[in-house]
Design a protein around this ligand. Structure first.
Ligand SMILES: Nc1nc2c(c(=O)[nH]1)N[C@H]1C(S)=C(S)[C@@H](COP(=O)(O)OP(=O)(O)OC[C@H]3O[C@@H](n4cnc5c(=O)[nH]c(N)nc54)[C@H](O)[C@@H]3O)O[C@H]1N2
Ligand SMILES: Nc1nc2c(c(=O)[nH]1)N[C@H]1C(S)=C(S)[C@@H](COP(=O)(O)OP(=O)(O)OC[C@H]3O[C@@H](n4cnc5c(=O)[nH]c(N)nc54)[C@H](O)[C@@H]3O)O[C@H]1N2
Ligand SMILES: [Mo]
Length: 759
C-alpha cells in the first residue's frame, strides 16, 4: 500500500492482519520482556474467570468464560507490565534527571518496572529512594497549605473502580472537582454527546448483539491494532455475510483482511477473511457530512419508495424529527460531497444497505471524537440509528470503542469534573462532608490553569499527562513550574521527569500482580466498553516487595492530607469489599456489588436505552441538528491539509513497545508522514523526501521538521503522523467546544519540502 520508491524501513505489507505474523510478534514481545517460563501462564490468565483483566483495551470477553483468547497487543500489554526488567534506586542515583530526559519514550519505559518510592532531589538532580510514610507525610503537609482548587487530580483509565472511587473521595473531601482524566482527550465527545441524545454516556450494545446484527458501520477506529479482540467478532460477522461498511481516511489492513489466530483452518492454509464489504476513504473530519448524506438519502428513499424509516419508534420515542428533516432538506449534496470526500452514489449505497438491515450497529473511535466537532459527530451517529429504531432491539445500537481498559468504570464511580447534583448529594449523605459544587477542570483546562500558574500541584494516578496533551512547548514548562507533582506509576515516563519544586514518584502494583492486604488477597473490579463489571485478580509476584496498590497509595496520602477525615482510609484498604460497600451505597446500579462480582462474568450496569427508556430532559431520545457543514472558518487556502495523529501497531498511547507499524509497512522508525499520491504531486514531492510541517493557526508557531514523506493510500487532503511525536503541532486551545476534547485528528497544517522557506 505504500509507494514504490525504496526507502529504509518502508515496505509493502501484503498479508492479512493477524495470522502467523501476530503469533511471531507475540513470541518476540515475550522473549524481549520476560523470563521464558512465566509467559504462557501469565497470558493464559488474561481475561479468565479467576484471572486479571487485560490492561490492553476495554473490549469485553464472552462472559470471561472463553478459553484463552489470543491477542497480540494484549500480549504486548501484559508482557510489558510483567517484564523481568527493573529500574532501581542505584540506577536513579547514577543518572541525573537531565540526562534521563535525553532518553526516548521507548527507552524510558524499557528500563523496566519501578521498584521503590522516589523523591526528586534538587541538589543532585536525581530521584532518591524515600520511605512511603515520609513521602505521604510531606505531601499531606503541602496539600494542607494549598487552596484545593489549585490542585489537579489526573486519572489515566487503568485505575480500578476501587482506586478511582477512593481517589475522587479524597479529592472531593479535600475540596475540588478538578478531575482532568484521559477520557477528556479520548471519548469525552461520547460522554457529552450520548447523554444529550439517548440519556446515558455509554454504548448500548453487548457482544450478543454482534451475533444478531445485520449490518455494521465502523467509523474512525482501527481495531486490528487498538481493539484486537474485536477482530474475532468482526471476523465472525463477516463469515455470517454481515456487510461491514468502513469509514476511514487510511486503508487499515485489519479492516480489509484478517486471519484469525484462533481459526485452525485459516492458520493452516494461510487463508484470511475479508472484513470490510466496502471501504470509504472519508476525509479527516468529513464524517458529519457523510452521515448527513446517508440520512438525506434515507429520507429521499422514504419519499420515493416508502417504508424506510421506523415511524413507530420516531413517534413514540423521539423529539426533534421535523427539525432534522428540514435541515437535511436544506443541506446540499455538493457540500456533502466536498466535505466528506465521498460521492453521492456511494452514500446512497450505504443508505440502501442500511434501509435493508433490520438491526444495525455503528461502532466508532477516535476518528469520530477527536475533532472540533466531535460531539456533533457522536450525536449524528445517534440520529442515524434513531431513524430506523436501532436502539433497544436485539442486534442493534451504538458501540463506542473505549480506550483504556477501565476508563468507563472510572467515570461510573465519580471521576468527572462535572459531577451531577445527585451524585454529590449521595456522597455527602454517605460520608458526611460538604462536597465541592463548583465545576472542576478537564484535562485541557487543568493544563491551561497550570500554564497560567494558577494550579500549583498535580497528582497523576497513572498516565503520562504532559506527553498525552497537546503542545509540549507549553505543557512541559507548566509541569516544571509546579510546587508539587505526585505520580503513581508502574514505569518511568517523560511526565515524571518534568520535575517541579517537589516531585514524588510512587511505584504501584499492576493488574497482573497479586495484591495482598490485611484481610488477604484482593481483587479489584473494572467495567468494560459494554458496561459489564467484573473482578480482576493478579496472580504474579509483585515486581518488588516495596510496591503498594493504587488504593493503598491514595488512602495513605488522603489520611495524611485530611487528618480530620471521618473516612477510615486504612480500614477501607484492608479489605476492598469495604470500598465496594461504599460504592454500592453511593452510586446507583451497584446493588449487591460484592456478591455479584463473585459470579464469573460479573454483571451489567443499567443501560436504560436498551429498554427504550430515555433519561433526557424531554424523556425521549433527542434528534440533533448539525447546522450546515461548518467548514472550519479559521482555515483558508488550498494548500492547507488536515493532519490526523494515529497510533502505530507497536504502541500503547505514549508507551512505545517497539518501533514497527507492521500493517502499515513501517519498520524501525516513526519519523514518517503518510500522504496521498496527489498531495505529494501537488507539492512536487515524492516518497522518501524530507518535509517540514507547520500548523496553520493564529497563535504561536508550531512546527515539526524533518519527517520522511511516505506515499500511502489515504484520502487526499488528509495526512497522518504518529502520536505522541506530532503533539507539538496541536494547539492546546484547538478543541471541540462542547466536550473540550483536543482536535488531535483535524489539525490544519501546511507541508513543505525541508529547506524550502514559507511562500
Ligand atoms: N495496542 C493498543 N491498543 C489501544 C491503544 C493503543 O495505543 N495501543 N490505545 C487505547 C486507547 S486509550 C484508545 S482511545 C483506543 C484508540 O483506538 P482507535 O480509536 O482505533 O484510535 P486511533 O489509532 O487514534 O485512530 C483510529 C482510526 O481513526 C482514523 N481516523 C482519523 N481521523 C479520522 C476521521 O476524521 N474520520 C474517520 N472516519 N476516521 C479517522 C485513523 O485512520 C485510524 O484508523 O485504543 C485503546 N487500545
Ligand atoms: N496527538 C494525539 N494525542 C493523544 C491521542 C491521539 O490520538 N493523538 N490520544 C489521546 C488518548 S485517547 C488518551 S487515552 C491519552 C492517553 O493518556 P495517558 O493515559 O495519560 O497515557 P498512557 O500513555 O496510557 O500512560 C502510560 C503510563 O501509564 C503508567 N501505567 C501503566 N500501567 C499502569 C498501572 O496499572 N497503574 C498506574 N498507576 N500507572 C500505570 C505507566 O507509567 C506508563 O508510562 O492520550 C491522548 N493523546
Ligand atoms: Mo483513549
Amino acid at each position: 500500500m505504500v509507494g514504490k520508491r525504496k526507502i529504509p524501513g518502508i515496505k509493502n505489507y501484503r498479508g492479512p492482519a493477524g495470522g502467523w505474523g501476530a503469533l511471531k510478534a507475540t513470541a518476540t514481545a515475550v522473549r524481549e520482556q520476560m523470563e521464558t517460563i512465566k509467559p504462557p501462564l501469565t497470558l493464559l490468565r488474561t481475561n479468565q474467570p479467576d484471572g486479571f483483566d487485560c490492561p490492553g483495551c476495554a473490549w469485553p470477553d464472552k462472559e470471561h468464560r472463553s478459553t484463552f483468547q489470543f491477542c497480540e497487543n494484549g500480549a504486548k500489554a501484559v508482557t510489558w507490565e510483567a517484564t523481568s526488567k527493573r529500574v532501581r534506586p542505584d540506577f536513579f542515583e547514577s543518572h541525573t534527571v537531565t540526562s534521563l530526559l535525553e532518553y526516548s519514550d521507548y527507552e524510558l519505559e524499557n528500563l523496566g518496572r519501578l521498584t521503590h518510592p522516589l523523591a526528586y532531589d534538587k541538589e543532585t538532580d536525581t530521584f532518591r529512594a524515600i520511605e512511603w510514610q515520609d513521602a505521604f507525610h510531606r505531601i499531606g503537609e503541602i496539600l494542607r497549605k494549598l487552596p484545593p482548587d489549585a490542585v489537579e487530580f489526573y486519572t489515566s483509565g487503568r485505575a480500578s473502580n476501587e482506586a478511582a472511587f477512593l481517589y475522587q473521595l479524597f479529592a472531593r473531601e479535600y475540596g475540588t472537582n478538578n478531575f482532568p482524566d484521559c477520557s477528556n482527550m479520548c471519548h469525552e465527545a461520547t460522554s457529552v454527546g450520548l447523554p444529550r441524545s439517548i440519556g446515558i454516556g455509554k454504548g448500548t450494545v453487548s457482544l450478543d448483539d454482534f451475533d444478531e446484527c445485520e449490518l455494521i458501520i465502523a467509523i474512525g477506529h482501527n481495531p486490528g491494532t487498538n481493539h484486537p479482540r474485536m477482530m474475532g467478532t468482526l471476523h465472525e460477522a463477516s463469515r455470517r455475510k454481515v456487510p461491514i461498511m468502513v469509514f476511514n481516511p487510511l486503508r487499515e489492513r485489519a479492516l480489509e483482511r484478517f486471519a484469525d489466530p484462533q481459526n485452525m483452518i485459516e492458520m493452516a492454509t494461510y487463508g484470511s477473511t475479508r472484513i470490510a464489504s466496502s471501504y470509504f476513504q472519508v476525509k479527516a473530519g468529513g464524517d458529519a457530512a457523510a452521515i448527513k448524506g446517508i440520512m438525506k438519502s434515507l429520507l429521499e428513499m422514504e419519499e420515493s419508495v416508502g417504508d424506510v424509516l421506523d415511524h413507530d419508534f420516531i413517534n413514540r420515542h423521539t423529539v426533534g424529527f421535523d427539525e432534522l428533516v428540514d435541515d437535511l432538506a436544506a443541506t446540499k449534496w455538493s457540500d456533502i460531497e466536498a466535505v466528506s470526500g465521498i460521492g453521492r452514489s456511494d452514500l446512497e449505497m450505504v443508505a440502501a444497505a442500511y434501509a435493508k438491515s433490520s438491526a444495525t450497529i455503528v461502532s466508532y473511535g477516535m476518528g469520530v471524537t477527536q475533532h472540533n466537532q466531535g460531539t456533533a459527530n457522536v450525536r449524528l451517529i445517534c440520529d442515524l440509528l434513531m431513524l430506523r429504531g436501532n436502539f433497544g432491539k436485539p442486534g442493534a445500537g451504538i458501540c463506542p470503542l473505549r480506550g483504556h481498559s477501565n476508563v468507563q468504570g472510572n467515570r461510573t464511580v465519580g471521576i468527572t469534573e462535572r459531577p451531577d447534583a445527585s451524585f454529590l448529594e449521595n456522597l455527602e449523605h454517605v460520608f458526611g462532608f460538604e462536597a465541592p459544587k463548583k465545576q472542576g477542570h478537564d484535562a485541557v483546562q487543568a493544563m491551561q490553569s497550570m500554564v497560567r500558574r494558577d494550579s500549583k500541584a498535580l497528582f497523576c494516578l497513572g498516565g503520562n499527562f504532559a506527553v498525552a496533551l497537546p503542545d509540549p512547548a507549553q505543557s512541559y514548562q507548566a509541569m516544571r513550574a509546579l510546587d508539587l507533582s505526585v505520580h503513581v506509576a508502574t514505569k518511568l515516563n517523560r511526565s515524571h521527569l518534568l520535575v517541579g519544586k517537589e516531585t514524588y514518584l510512587f511505584p504501584c502494583l499492576g493488574r497482573t500482580e497479586q495484591d495482598i492486604q490485611r484481610s488477604g488477597p484482593q481483587s479489584v473490579t473494572v467495567e468494560d466498553s459494554m458496561s459489564m463489571v467484573h473482578a480482576s485478580a493478579g496472580k504474579l509476584q509483585p515486581a518488588s516487595e516495596h510496591l503498594k496498590s493504587e488504593p493503598a497509595i491514595v488512602a495513605g496520602i488522603a489520611a495524611n492530607a485530611l487528618p480530620e477525615s471521618n473516612v477510615p482510609w486504612n480500614d477501607l484498604v484492608a479489605d476492598y469489599d469495604n470500598i465496594r460497600d461504599l460504592i454500592e451505597k453511593t452510586i446507583p446500579g451497584f446493588d449487591d456489588y460484592n456478591d455479584r462480582i463473585r459470579v464469573p462474568g460479573g454483571f451489567r450496569m443499567p443501560l436504560p436505552p436498551t429498554e427504550r427508556k430515555w433519561e433526557t430532559p424531554s424523556g425521549k431520545a433527542e434528534f440533533y441538528v448539525f447546522d450546515g457543514l461548518r467548514a472550519d472558518k479559521k482555515v483558508h487556502g488550498d494548500d492547507v491539509l488536515r493532519l490526523v495523529t494515529i497510533r502505530s501497531h507497536d504502541q500503547y498511547n505514549t508507551t512505545i513497545y517497539a518501533m514497527d507499524d507492521r500493517y502499515r509497512g513501517v519498520f524501525g522508525r516513526r519519523d514518517v508522514l503518510f500522504m496521498s499520491k496527489s498531495d505529494l504531486q501537488d507539492r512536487g514531492l515524492q516518497q522518501g523526501d524530507l518535509v517540514n510541517i507547520e500548523t496553520v493557526s493564529d497563535g504561536e508557531a508550531l512546527h515539526y521538521d524533518g519527517l520522511t514523506a511516505i506515499e500511502y493510500s489515504i484520502a487526499p487532503g488528509t495526512i497522518a503522523a504518529y502520536y505522541p511525536e506530532a503533539n507539538r503541532l496541536v494547539p492546546l486551545d484547538y478543541i471541540d467546544k462542547d466536550s473540550g476534547t483536543p482536535s488531535y485528528k483535524s489539525i490544519p497544517v501546511r507541508v513543505r519540502r525541508a529547506g524550502e522557506s514559507p511562500a
